[in-house]
Design a binder for this molecule. Structure first.
Ligand code: NAP
Ligand code: 3JN
Length: 346
């Protein structure tokens, strides 16, 4: 049967995530009739090439969504809160990459390898989780299904691209400055809207997003809340420490899980090897393990350093790496869009 061609809008088309979404729509040969690219007034008029044709980026507004079937949002939470309801009003399904609707009980929070069944439950908006959560739950899902998980302790090592294209520029600029013996003059990180800035070149910053009253950052609390919602299990205990490091693409995570049952390490390896979207890279004898530089540009979640906690029979350590702009954002969103497109072609 021929695929139904859809009208697709990308909101935030000129950003780090939006660029990846456009690239994936082309690479995956997504069934598109018309592609509408939207940004703020700053980039309106920019020309982007898609499948050999130039598309002019337009300023996003409430009436940008007439005739649109799927609208992919990655222009920040405020833009999603304002414009996603207009997209839905015009009959589109909004796939939102921001934090705006993730914890809304009427909005499915979807990682297709974990809870694709939730896609059909949408009431107009489907939320993409935070990048750090996506790669962790995609890898842990087969272990959750087989053994149950009582506790997760995660420390992240996050790439600057997670903070947008200006943060990538900042790392490049600062690296040059410091190597030349000049001051780093931090301008963007850790949080653009806060007055205090820290050097990211040759550094590690233990703050991603704003601090909450409980002493954790918002990024850390997103990992806690979103993991429970995606697994549909409030009993899973999660604690997170999120750190920004001077890597451009690819978030790495040291993840400790306590399973609910005793486990066999070879069975864990086999479960992960057979998990969709997961690639096991684990050969310590040959110094083989997942690296951000290898994961960059790839859609999968890479898992390695599988090892028992020597002090707890149910404890397991893993190292989980993925491209934060692909599986962590654009690819997860396009996967959801592909399911919607396939359903429309039925
Ligand atoms: P970015 O590189 O700074 O790009 C921001 C994009 O949003 C640009 O296209 C920008 O257009 C557009 N934009 C800004 N204000 C707008 C407005 N008022 N109306 C319409 N478009 C507007 O940021 P990014 O890294 O792509 O991230 C964008 C958002 O995606 C983040 O704020 C976050 O909510 C989400 N995100 C999610 C994940 C995840 O974990 N799933 C990861 C990263 C980002 P101009 O070029 O005109 O400025
Ligand atoms: O910092 C990272 O590595 C991931 C950042 C994600 C992000 C950045 C700004 C705003 C988000 C997000 O997706 O949670 C948001 C937001 O939507 O609130």
């Amino acid at each position: 049967m021929s695929k139904t061609k859809l009208n697709v809008a990308v909101v935030g088309a000129t950003g780090a995530v939006g660029e990846q979404i456009i690239g994936l729509l082309e690479k995956r040969d997504f069934p598109i009739d018309k592609l509408k690219l939207l940004s703020s007034a700053r980039s309106a008029g920019t020309r982007v090439t898609f499948k050999g044709q130039e598309i002019t980026v337009e300023e996003a507004g409430p009436d940008s969504f007439e005739g649109i079937d799927i609208a992919l949002f990655s222009a920040g939470g405020d833009v999603s809160k304002e414009l996603a309801p207009h997209a839905v009003r015009h009959g589109a399904v909004a796939i939102d990459n921001t934090n705006a609707f993730r914890m809304d009980p009427n909005t499915p929070l979807v990682v297709p390898e974990v809870n694709a069944d939730q896609i059909d439950e949408h009431q107009g908006i489907i939320a993409n989780p935070n990048c750090s959560t996506i790669q962790m739950v995609a890898a842990l899902k087969p272990l959750y299904d087989r053994y149950g998980i009582s506790r997760i302790i995660v420390s992240t090592y996050q790439a600057v691209s997670g903070a947008g294209s200006r943060a990538i520029d900042e790392l490049h600029r600062q690296t040059g400055e410091v190597l030349n013996g000049n001051a780093a003059n931090p301008d963007i990180l850790p949080v653009g809207s806060l007055p205090v800035k820290h050097q990211i070149a040759f550094n590690a910053i233990p703050q991603i997003d704003k601090f909450q009253d409980n002493g954790y950052t918002l990024e850390e609390m997103k990992m806690v809340r979103e993991t429970k919602k995606i697994l549909n299990d409030e009993s899973v205990l999660v604690t997170a420490t999120c750190v920004r490091i001077p890597v451009v693409y690819g978030h790495s995570e040291s993840v400790y899980v306590e399973l609910k049952e005793d486990y066999n390490l070879e069975e864990v390896r086999s479960l992960l090897e057979n998990a969709p979207g997961v690639t096991v890279v684990d050969d310590p004898a040959n110094q083989v393990y997942p690296l951000a530089t290898d994961a960059a540009g790839k859609n999968d979640v890479f898992v390695g350093r599988l090892r028992r906690d020597l002090t707890n029979e149910r404890g397991l350590n893993l190292w989980i790496v993925s491209d934060n702009l692909l599986k962590g954002a654009a690819w997860n969103a396009v996967q959801i869009a592909e399911v919607i497109a396939a359903n429309k072609s039925k």
